[in-house]
Design a protein around this ligand. Structure first.
Ligand SMILES: Nc1ncnc2c1ncn2[C@@H]1O[C@H](COP(=O)(O)OP(=O)(O)OP(=O)(O)O)[C@@H](O)[C@H]1O
Length: 259
């Protein structure tokens, strides 16, 4: 699906990313984890073709260089949910979600656009908010509106879509954190792929197929949660003690910090 080799990204003499390799197959859920400033958001933006300057990049998306894709085609195959959203959008919720359909129409939304918007608002549990002013929503509600907008962009017949999500669980309550991760899991179960920046290692262990653990612009470890999440690797990467036991319910690694 996507393959990147030796990504370097510099600001003046500071290496934000240093020789990072990433690959994601069809149907995979990759979680990128690591401490603040590790380079997770920068990596996601480069993979999503949003940063092109000061970077050496060899990124193949569906076996074609990502920079050779037409922007409009790319917008039907991949979408990105960013870490920061505007707090001030003077529109109704349903109109913010409709922004995800802009790659599909010129002047007027069509029936299929309204259907797509309705469908994703149900999936993200915001249908009851559709006629509210976006600016009046709580932080978690705004977060779900943007998730809905990004999902609306990928409501189409394209096979093997890719979604990038940068900290999608910010501000969400426990139920909506799980619902969001389950939505992403359902998306990847249909042979689509997801690359998701997460801070909660236990949720990453529970939902992701693969983990990319980063520190100071480099990959510390990558692979299955059981292989990456060892007490040594995590304590060293975060400079913080932890122990790992087996989750008695789902057998995933369960990380307990501060011990
Ligand atoms: N345009 C830029 N100019 C200067 N420094 C930058 C720039 N973009 C990112 N950085 C620096 O690069 C490092 C990596 O930033 P990035 O946002 O990718 O980290 P992150 O792992 O996503 O962090 P967090 O978990 O805090 O969101 C940080 O030290 C950041 O300050």
């Amino acid at each position: 699906m996507i393959e990147a080799h030796q990504i370097n990204y510099k600001h003046k003499n500071f290496h934000i990313l240093d020789a990072v390799d990433v690959s994601v197959e069809y149907g995979e859920f990759l979680a990128i984890v690591g401490p603040n400033g590790a380079g997770k958001s920068s990596l996601l933006s480069i993979l999503a073709n949003e940063i092109k300057e000061n970077t050496d990049q060899q990124i193949l998306f569906k076996n074609k260089k990502i920079k050779d894709w037409k922007i409009i085609d790319l917008s039907h195959h991949k979408a990105k949910f960013s870490q920061h959203h505007s707090n001030d959008i003077p529109l109704l919720v349903k109109d913010v979600v409709m922004m995800g359909r802009y790659p599909y129409f010129d002047n007027e939304a069509k029936n299929e656009d309204y259907e797509a918007v309705n469908f994703v608002m149900i999936e993200t549990d915001i249908l009851h908010l559709q006629n509210r002013d976006y600016n009046s929503l709580s932080g978690g509600e705004k977060q779900r509106v943007h998730l809905s907008r990004v999902l609306a962009q990928l409501q189409n017949d394209v096979a093997h879509k890719l979604i990038f999500l940068d900290e999608p669980l910010n501000n969400l309550d426990i139920k909506h954190q799980y619902k969001t991760l389950q939505l992403i899991k359902n998306f990847t179960a249909k042979a689509n792929s997801a690359i998701v920046v997460l801070h909660d290692l236990n949720l990453a262990a529970q939902f992701a197929d693969k983990i990319l653990l980063m520190k100071a612009g480099k990959v510390v470890a990558s692979g299955k949660p059981n292989d990456v999440f060892t007490p040594e690797k995590i304590s060293e990467t975060y400079s913080f003690p932890c122990q790992i036991c087996e989750n008695p319910i789902n057998k995933n690694p369960m990380i307990i910090f501060g011990t």
